[in-house]
Design a protein around this ligand. Structure first.
Ligand SMILES: NC(=O)c1ccc[n+]([C@@H]2O[C@H](COP(=O)([O-])OP(=O)(O)OC[C@H]3O[C@@H](n4cnc5c(N)ncnc54)[C@H](O)[C@@H]3O)[C@@H](O)[C@H]2O)c1
Ligand SMILES: [Zn+2]
Length: 366
């Protein structure tokens, strides 16, 4: 079991990562779990069907009373007001109090909504993140919680750190291919903002399937270490935490414009990563050819660039202007001075248009 320490201004806690680790990792929190008056597992319903016992059985072994289990709608649809309210009602009906403990068992969506439930129930109760997707190596760490509003994604939420993160990577074996692509895009993002040699290693694979479980595990640990460093320096996204948004300004626009559910978050971010590197070459000193190399590597790994062909830049720009980092109508992008050296930069519209046109051309050529 690998253990990474997360130290933030508001809380320090540990992330435990490894295959089949629930029993040993939960044992580290036995006292805290035993002292809780109620333990509740909130689980993504698809994850429940495949993996519920992995967490439920060892957890139940610590307790004399039954563990409560509540199944959430699978994936993004759980990040709603309706689910939020249903979870709060469940806790109240079961008689939960400030002494209760919650477990969020699922992907990033489950972690986000349950983090928000935990942060608001009786003004905040402890919760443990138990992520089950590759992407959630990112979302389960750092304490951002959220639900969606019809007006926009992640519009309602809080910063609220978990007691611990227990990432049993044996759950990843059932992850659909599209979700593997999605999660690995965030791993590649972590490499781009931190370490050129690691990036080269990641991009040297011919397919994501050719990575062994052990290699994937080591990449997840590295990704979590990058995130740990950043949230330690800037828990509330006042400065360097913004760098984690590399590829996200354009990526979020693609995600929204194509329609949520038609493309995964990470696949949209992958396209955004290439655009960020093109802009970094044009506006900063990033070595020429880096963006094109990334494009070809991502294409080889199975990422789609189809949305660049189907979406007009005029459709994308309004979404980018609504980005949380935009101000006074200007587009603020995370760019790279070089691999491992991110910075914020205002991007002139005409440069963005040029990058979009260029990426279209590359996409037509492959
Ligand atoms: N809080 C943060 O810092 C942060 C960071 C990045 C992303 N996010 C959020 O994370 C969410 C995306 O998370 P995600 O990519 O994990 O997607 P997700 O939680 O929506 O899960 C994706 C799909 O995979 C299924 N699934 C999950 N684990 C599985 C498993 N082990 N086997 C089989 N199927 C499984 C789910 O049922 C769902 O259908 C978004 O809502 C995004 O906003 C949050
Ligand atoms: Zn992301």
């Amino acid at each position: 079991m690998n253990t990474i320490s997360i130290e933030t201004e508001s809380k320090s806690y540990k992330v435990h990562v490894g295959s089949t680790i629930f029993e040993s990792a939960l044992a580290l929190y036995e006292q805290q779990i035993r002292q809780a008056d109620h333990a509740v597992i909130f689980v993504d319903e698809a994850v429940a069907a495949l993996h519920l016992d992995k967490l439920l059985k060892p957890l139940q072994s610590f307790l004399d009373t039954a563990v409560h289990v509540y199944k959430l709608p699978s994936g993004e649809s759980s990040k709603s007001f309706e689910t939020f309210l249903a979870c709060q009602s469940f806790l109240l009906v079961k008689g939960c109090t400030r002494k209760s403990i919650l477990f969020a068992y699922g992907g990033g969506a489950c972690g986000d909504v349950i983090g928000f439930v935990a942060s608001t129930f009786m003004r905040g109760i402890p919760f443990i993140q138990c992520p089950t997707t590759i992407l959630a190596h990112d979302s389960a760490v750092g304490g951002k919680t959220a639900i969606n509003h019809p007006q926009g994604k992640n519009m309602i939420g809080s910063f609220y750190q978990p007691e611990a993160v227990i990432f049993d990577t044996s759950t990843l074996t059932t992850l659909p291919h599209q979700q593997v692509l999605s999660g690995m895009a965030e791993v590649i993002k972590h490499a781009l903002i931190s370490d050129e040699r690691w990036l080269e290693e990641l991009l040297s694979y011919h397919s994501l399937e050719s990575m062994t479980e052990e290699q994937k595990l080591s990449f997840l640990v590295k990704g979590i270490q990058v995130k740990a460093e950043i949230v330690k320096a800037d828990e509330f996204e006042q400065s360097v935490r913004k760098y984690l948004n590399l590829g996200h300004t354009y990526g979020h626009a693609i995600e929204a414009s194509v329609g949520y559910g038609n493309i995964t978050h990470g696949e949209a971010v992958a396209v955004g990563l290439v655009i960020s590197l093109q802009l970094s070459e044009r506006l900063l000193s990033l070595r020429e050819g880096t963006a094109k190399k990334l494009f070809h590597s991502l294409h080889k790994l199975g990422y789609t660039f189809e949305p660049v062909l189907t979406q007009e830049i005029d459709q994308l720009i309004p979404y980018m202007k609504r980005d949380k980092k935009a101000s006074f109508g200007e587009l603020h992008f995370v760019l790279l001075e070089k691999i491992g050296k991110p910075c914020m930069k205002i991007v002139p519209l005409e440069e963005l248009v040029k990058a979009h046109v260029q990426l279209r051309q590359w996409s037509k050529e492959v």
